[in-house]
Design a protein around this ligand. Structure first.
Ligand code: HEC
Ligand code: HEC
Ligand code: HEC
Ligand code: HEC
Ligand code: HEC
Length: 248
């Protein structure tokens, strides 16, 4: 079949303009929002819309598959499977793979944890991405929220009962350094000497990289690794702070 170039141009135009449209970027979202009473899980639609995903045009098909360019249900849903189907990209054990293209560091980290081994073995007790980040809300748990989440499975007095509060402490110290990085960055942006500014901003970037690796440590549930990376970030920020007179 010869493809009409005009048709191709039109499809491209529609795709491009819908990529810029706010939140309801795909036909999937448009139709699901329009049929709240007949689609499954309508309660998650608002979560998605408010989420970092909804706001950054991470559309339904990015996690569920299917064809977002059509209103024909059969075509749209080709390859879309229910969440409890082991072949579905949103089946518990497949989430590492589904999220990885965009969140490689954390997905890989979690993928190497005992938790994921248990998830893959179909152990319903083990956590996966949605346990902490919600089904479609992409919310990030606070340190206290994380502690509570871990403690639902690792109760105090049980073999791993100390982990929840230790992990909370680790994430709190991470947040302290992140806050510092933000403040230092603001102070550096006010420096008038361009070379100096660029050099210091590059150093802040290095410190933030250590913090990102620390977040991966949250996802391997490896507390020593988390602590060590936060310390690395702290040492880098100490050096920067010494070079920025107005900062802490
Ligand atoms: C024309 C309207 C329409 C479009 C377009 C549409 N959906 Fe749906 N979707 C529905 C309706 C209605 C249902 C419930 C009935 C059914 O399963 O067909 C549904 C069901 C679903 C389910 C549940 C499947 C299951 O087996 O439990 C998922 C997931 C889903 N849609 C995702 C998508 C994605 C992703 C897209 C875009 C690629 C999309 N939908 C496009 C109307 C639509
Ligand atoms: C970041 C990934 C992601 C995005 C984006 C996303 N979803 Fe989901 N969705 C999930 C996950 C994960 C589940 C399954 C959670 C569970 O129940 O285990 C789910 C569940 C569902 C279900 C219930 C399916 C079932 O079989 O019970 C429907 C319907 C659905 N999503 C539709 C949508 C629609 C429509 C959009 C876009 C407006 C969307 N999703 C965007 C990850 C996503
Ligand atoms: C197609 C790319 C894509 C996929 C697939 C994807 N995400 Fe995201 N995610 C993003 C973008 C873009 C953002 C917002 C920008 C950022 O924070 O990096 C984001 C942000 C997040 C955030 C942070 C929200 C915040 O407030 O800081 C979490 C948590 C998250 N995603 C979890 C997930 C999970 C869990 C999955 C798999 C079920 C997933 N994402 C799948 C692109 C994606
Ligand atoms: C046991 C809880 C838990 C599980 C399970 C979990 N996360 Fe997280 N995740 C967190 C916490 C806590 C943070 C935030 C740490 C901080 O920055 O304060 C986070 C942060 C994130 C972020 C945003 C921060 C960043 O690095 O950009 C993304 C994206 C993310 N997780 C993806 C995932 C994915 C994908 C999975 C599954 C493969 C997953 N998470 C599983 C607890 C969890
Ligand atoms: C939904 C339940 C659940 C949640 C939530 C959960 N875990 Fe686990 N975790 C398990 C199970 C099940 C095991 C296997 C060992 C066992 O049976 O206690 C495990 C094992 C572990 C191990 C041992 C890993 C190893 O390599 O030896 C650590 C450490 C751990 N969890 C820490 C955490 C931390 C920290 C959190 C919160 C960030 C958390 N877990 C959240 C269920 C959970």
């Amino acid at each position: 079949m010869r493809v009409n170039p005009l048709f191709v141009a039109l499809v491209v135009a529609v795709t491009v303009s819908s990529a810029f449209a706010q939140t309801t970027t795909s036909r999937c979202a448009e139709c699901h929002f329009a049929n709240m009473s007949s689609v499954p899980a309508p309660q998650h639609l608002g979560d998605w819309q408010q989420s970092a995903h909804g706001k950054n045009s991470v559309s339904c098909d990015k996690c569920h598959g299917g064809d977002p360019s059509t209103f024909q249900p059969a075509e749209a849903h080709r390859g879309v499977l229910g969440a409890d189907n082991p072949a579905s990209p949103v089946y518990r054990a497949n989430l590492v793979r589904t999220c990885a293209p965009c969140h490689e560091r954390n997905a890989t980290a979690f993928g190497s944890s005992l938790h994921q081994v248990l998830v893959r073995a179909d152990d319903q007790r083990a956590p996966t991405c949605t346990t902490c980040h919600g089904v479609m809300s992409a919310r990030v748990p606070s340190p206290a929220g994380l502690e509570a989440r871990c403690a639902t499975c690792h109760r105090s007095g049980s073999p791993l009962g100390e982990y929840p509060s230790l992990m909370r402490g680790g994430v709190e110290s991470l947040n302290v350094q992140r806050q510092r990085a933000d403040e230092l960055q603001q102070a550096i942006e006010r420096i008038t000497d361009r070379m100096r500014r660029v050099e210091l901003l590059a150093s802040v970037y290095d410190a933030r990289t250590a913090l990102k690796e620390a977040i991966a440590g949250v996802h391997t549930f490896d507390l020593p690794a988390l602590t060590e990376r936060v310390d690395t970030a702290k040492r880098r920020l100490d050096l920067i702070a010494a070079a920025v007179p107005t900062a802490r």
